[in-house]
Write a protein of this length. Structure first.
Length: 186
């Protein structure tokens, strides 16, 4: 085992572990897929050459799963059960929440408490909340990070970026207050 990493056996980088801490510090409970889609949306458009969607998902979430595993070995994260779909649910320990508070530049009191029984019942509610957060935030892929990927992956990332930069309808824009109509003066 010469050359085996001792501190982070899964080989995750500081940046990936910080991404996981930040995401779990905010969402409290998440799957590796949700962490990846929020922290590294460009990875969603990689690995399109894999034969099945399951293989694609496994490839694009591998680095974030490794980061969570390293955090678990350091006592900062826990496995919180499984979703109804069979994905592992991850959450932070009290020490992990404190580390996330530092990364997010928040006071510990602002971080909220520990989730209770995250994945025991399939985590249906937290997973739905996380999907709603992802839908509302709609993280944009960084096109510089998909350079060198297959043409269809780059095209999909460009299309997603265009789709996510359209302006909302006028009634939904900030400062577009609808004014009451006044009756014409006679």
């Amino acid at each position: 085992m010469a050359g085996k990493r001792k501190a982070n056996e899964s080989g995750s980088s500081n940046e990936l572990r910080a991404d996981v801490l930040r995401v779990l510090g905010v969402l409290k409970v998440a799957t590796a897929d949700q962490i990846q889609r929020l922290a590294s949306p460009h990875l969603t458009y990689r690995h399109t050459a894999k034969k099945t969607p399951a293989k694609q998902k496994e490839a694009r979430t591998a680095s974030h799963r490794a980061a969570v595993n390293d955090l678990r070995r350091h006592g900062l994260a826990l496995d919180g059960g499984r979703t109804r779909g069979g994905e592992e649910v991850r959450l932070l320990t009290k020490d992990g929440l404190a580390a996330a508070a530092i990364d997010l530049d928040r006071e510990m009191e602002e971080m909220g408490g520990m989730p209770k029984s995250g994945g025991r019942s399939g985590a249906a509610h937290p997973m739905t909340v996380n999907e709603a957060v992802l839908a509302l935030i709609r993280p944009k892929p960084d096109l510089d990070l998909v350079v060198g990927e297959p043409a269809e992956a780059v095209a999909a990332a460009r299309a997603a970026r265009r789709r996510r930069t359209r302006r909302p309808p006028r009634r939904m824009r900030p400062n577009s207050v609808s004014r009451p109509r006044t009756a014409p003066s006679s």
